[in-house]
Design a protein around this ligand. Sequence first.
Ligand code: GDP
Length: 196
Amino acid sequence: MTSLTHCHAFFDFQDTGVGKSSIVCRFVQDHFDHNISPTIGASFMTKTVPCGNELHKFLIWDTAGQERFHSLAPMYYRGTAAAVIVYDITKQDSFHTLKKWVKELKEHGPENIVMAIAGNKCDLSDIREVPMKDAKEYAESIGAIVVETSAKNAVNIEELFQGISQQIPPLDPHENSNNGAIKLGRQTSQTGRRCC
Ligand code: GDP
């Protein structure tokens, strides 16, 4: 018997253009769109992946980067199990903005939130502005997962979500804590098949 765990990943309000939507699209649909349209507000997708004997269902909010949506951020990160914070390895500014969002999550996010940092566009490493060493040191200092990804070339996307899956603690089936935002639950399933 395989159990299905509903977990929830939240994509931060990082600057538009770092590749958040492309990462979600690659993960959920294994597709890359060069002309992907910008996210307005937030979009929502799900994908279930096997993790050991369990199935983990990701409920993913891909949130818009524009400043005008900043005040909506707590609506998405409240009650969430994990946050993926994306920067663009070719844009130092995006790495600074990432730190701002980590600070906000630490101060106002759920206590045990799993944080994952994704340095996207690693296919453009010849024009990189953010050394991998800096990202690793920073991630270590805040206890976050870190990985360099390329949504374009499908590099480390599965690994990013597998890493999160492994760190999210199993949910208590008797606990029905839904503090007004995200519902987390656990149910049994007979199948180990992947689905979106
Ligand atoms: P978002 O605003 O953070 O959601 O970013 P998007 O997913 O809309 O992507 C912004 C731009 O970056 C688009 O033109 C994408 O085609 C491009 N892009 C996204 N991921 C990658 C990547 O891994 N490599 C490269 N070279 N371009 C990417």
